[in-house]
Every structure is written in C-alpha cells, then in structure tokens.
Design a protein around this ligand. Structure first.
Ligand code: COA
Length: 259
C-alpha cells in the first residue's frame, strides 16, 4: 500500500514507517495521522510483520509537532475532534500487539514527542530535542502528551516541561528516562533493528503479554486523556490561541493577553 506522507519498507519481518514531509520537518497534518493509523493496522494484520520502527525522514526532525497551519479557524468542537482522532491513532500504537520502537532522529516536539511516547521503546540520535512547546501557541498537548509524559518522567519534570515549553536534549532525555538509548545518528536505525532482532527471538505471544500488562498498569488513568481533549478543545476559543498560532505563521514572538 502506498501513502502520501509515509514511506514503508519491510525487511526480515521488521516494518519501518517513515514520516515523510521533510519540508515541514515531518509535521503531522490530519492526513499523516490517518495514514499512520492505517499503516499500524496493516502491520497488525500482516503475519509477516513481527515488529515495527517509526522514524522521520531526513536528519533534522523526527516530527516537529502537529501541523500548526491546520489549527487556524478551528472551533472548540473541531479542536476536540482533532485531539480525539490523534489520541485514537496513538493509542493504537501503544496497544499494538507487536513491538514498536521509535527511532527519534531530531526534533520530537508536540505531536512528535507524543508519537514517540506512544511507542513501546524510544531510541534517540544525539541531536534530538524533545519538548511539548504547545503553550507557546496558547495551546496544550492534545495527542496524549499531558498523560504519557508523566508516565515516563514523573509529575515534577513533566509539569515543568508542559508549562515552560522548554526543549530537552538527548542527555537530559536519557537522564529523565524518556528514552532507552542515545546513539550517533548514523547508528540509529541499526540500533533499533538490533534491539528488535533480539526481541524477535522471544515468543511473540509473550511479547504481546508484556505490552498488554504494561499498558494495564496505566489503564485506571484513562480519564486524564479525556480531560486533555476537553482542555485542548477549550483553547481554540481563546484570543491567546489565535495570537499564538498567528505569531508562529508570521514567524514572530506571540504577545499573550490572557483572553
Ligand atoms: N506545523 C507546521 N509547519 C511546521 C511545523 C509545525 N509544527 N514545524 C515546522 N514547520 C514548518 C515551518 O513553518 C517551515 O515551513 P516553511 O519553510 O514553509 O516556512 C518548515 O517547517 C521549516 O521550519 P523552520 O521553523 O523554518 O525551521 P527551524 O530550523 O528554523 O526551526 C523548529 C525548527 C522545530 C524549532 C520550528 O520549526 C518550530 O518551532 N516548529 C514548531 C514546533 C511546535 O510548536 N510544535 C508543536 C505544535 S502543536
């Protein structure tokens, strides 16, 4: 199957899904999110696929966030629908019965950080920058980021990163437990493949059991994802959101008024 914004390859049972919008630093427009969902569905049902790698095209960016140009003019309801659609696709990655590794090859911001966190394991190249900079747009994370960042690095640092929009580098991401490994960029895919080759020698049924059991630990907290959708939606009615997104598009600093 061919996609507009993804490249997919399969070798030795490992399917690699590459987000391919390098001109936009692989920003996730609606079409791309939908295609990721379809690619995961295909990988689930294809018995020759034993494991999945998700990465970004080029050397600069994994995914620089949701596509901000698509936010303009959305209503609260449309904002909530956008978050729900993104959360559904990212949940399908998290609950995929086959192991999914994010090979994070540069900027992993907003929806990019969220996409990497929906994967079971994260391997980062030395040039990565992770962050949830939505507050700079008068917005919050909407694709599960408020919940999963806490799961990985704890409430203390997660709250700070969501509030400041600060970016963290590879060393900090490793120190905080957001990523499993940091490697030079030219070894990124090879490291992901080597890890999955090891996992592939184990019982696929047992691996699915690990995925389901780890997910079950967090299942009592699903209300938080709903709260994120509500709060994400509300942002779309504020002046600050209009100012934040307009400022990004006009390539200037936002001037928030709290309205
Ligand atoms: N949505 C839409 N377009 C995006 C994007 C996003 N999230 N991130 C980057 N792009 C586009 C830029 O608009 C630019 O397009 P143009 O060449 O048509 O103007 C192109 O990708 C290259 O980005 P640019 O900003 O010129 O690169 P840079 O190296 O100067 O800066 C970033 C890189 C990642 C720091 C900067 O692009 C950025 O801050 N992106 C937004 C990050 C963000 O807020 N993500 C959360 C969204 S909810």
């Amino acid at each position: 199957m061919t996609f507009e914004n993804l490249l997919t390859t399969a070798e030795n049972g490992i399917m690699t899904i590459t987000i391919n919008r390098p001109d936009k630093l692989n920003a996730l427009n609606k079409k791309t999110v939908k295609e990721i969902g379809q690619a995961i569905k295909n990988a689930e049902s294809d018995t020759t696929v034993k494991a999945i790698i998700i990465t970004g095209s080029g050397q600069k960016s994994f995914v620089a966030g949701a596509d901000i140009s698509e936010f303009v003019g959305l209503s609260i309801e449309q904002g909530k629908a956008l978050a729900q659609a993104g959360q559904n696709v990212f949940r399908s990655i998290e609950t995929c019965s086959k192991p999914v590794v994010a090979a994070v090859n540069g900027f992993a911001l907003g929806g990019g950080c969220e996409l990497s966190m929906a994967c079971h394991i994260r391997i980062a190249s030395e040039n990565v920058k992770f962050g949830q900079p939505e507050v700079n747009l008068g917005l919050i994370a909407g694709y599960g980021g408020t919940q999963r960042l806490i799961q990985y690095i704890g409430k203390t640092k997660a709250t700070e990163l969501h509030m400041t929009g600060d970016l963290i580098n590879a060393e900090q991401a490793l120190h905080l437990g957001l990523v499993n490994y940091v490697v030079p960029q030219d070894q990124l895919i090879a490291t992901a493949v080597a890890l999955l080759e090891k996992i592939k020698t184990k019982s696929p049924k047992a691996i699915t059991g690990v995925i389901n059991s780890v997910n079950a630990y967090f299942e009592n907290n699903l209300d938080g994802f709903k709260a994120e959708i509500e709060e994400f939606g509300k942002c779309f009615a504020t002046e600050d959101f209009k100012e934040g997104t307009t400022a990004f598009i006009e390539k200037r600093k936002a001037n928030f008024t709290g309205k």
